[in-house]
Write a protein that binds this ligand. Structure first.
Ligand code: HEM
Length: 152
């Protein structure tokens, strides 16, 4: 499972890179009133794919590393901030972000005008990125700290 954890750690940077690229395109597109281009489409497609890979890796870790088993004794486990984070908070917030990314991409595709597409990009992907940034176990978050890069 260590290999999956290393991958999950690494793919986080791809998620953030494509997410911020998408958001930047949304901002410059909406406020700069530009056309919706192949570059806009590519950025949010890659963002969605990286989130899909991250979800898959996360689910493997969740079930194989025993986090899901902790749901049984919820009362006492929820008192421990470390266990609560990986059993509930990280899962729920990241799933929410993943859903927003998928609904976001579908509604960007559906929007009739280029301004509408950029507006949807800003809204859905913007909220998703905020949720993702807030739910990463950054090294400065004492109780749940994990490394920026993992080698073993
Ligand atoms: C964009 C989405 C996500 C990002 C950016 C993300 C990021 C991370 C990071 C950086 C870690 C720490 C890795 C390490 O210790 O080196 C982690 C751990 C973990 N993540 Fe995620 N994650 C995401 C989605 C998910 C999802 C959807 C799930 C569950 C279904 C999940 C389950 C886990 C679990 C269980 C751990 C702890 C693994 C362990 O130590 O056993 N993650 N995540």
């Amino acid at each position: 499972m260590q290999f999956v954890l290393i991958l999950h750690n690494l793919v986080r940077w791809a998620v953030l890179f494509f997410g911020l690229w998408t958001l930047l395109n949304g901002i410059t597109g909406y406020f700069g009133k530009r056309n919706y281009t192949v570059n806009d489409n590519r950025s949010n497609l890659f963002f969605m794919i990286s989130c899909d890979i991250q979800l898959l890796l996360g689910l493997i870790l969740y079930f194989v590393n025993g986090w899901s088993a902790k749901l049984k004794d919820l009362g006492s486990n929820m008192k421990d901030p470390y266990v609560r984070f990986f059993t509930m908070e990280h899962l729920v917030m990241m799933l929410l972000a993943w859903i927003l990314v998928h609904i976001g991409r579908a509604s960007v595709k559906k929007a009739a005008t280029d301004a509408g597409k950029h507006k949807k990009m800003l809204l859905f992907f913007g909220i998703a990125i905020v949720l993702i940034l807030a739910s990463i176990p950054w090294p400065f978050r004492e109780a749940i700290a994990r490394p920026l890069f993992r080698v073993n």
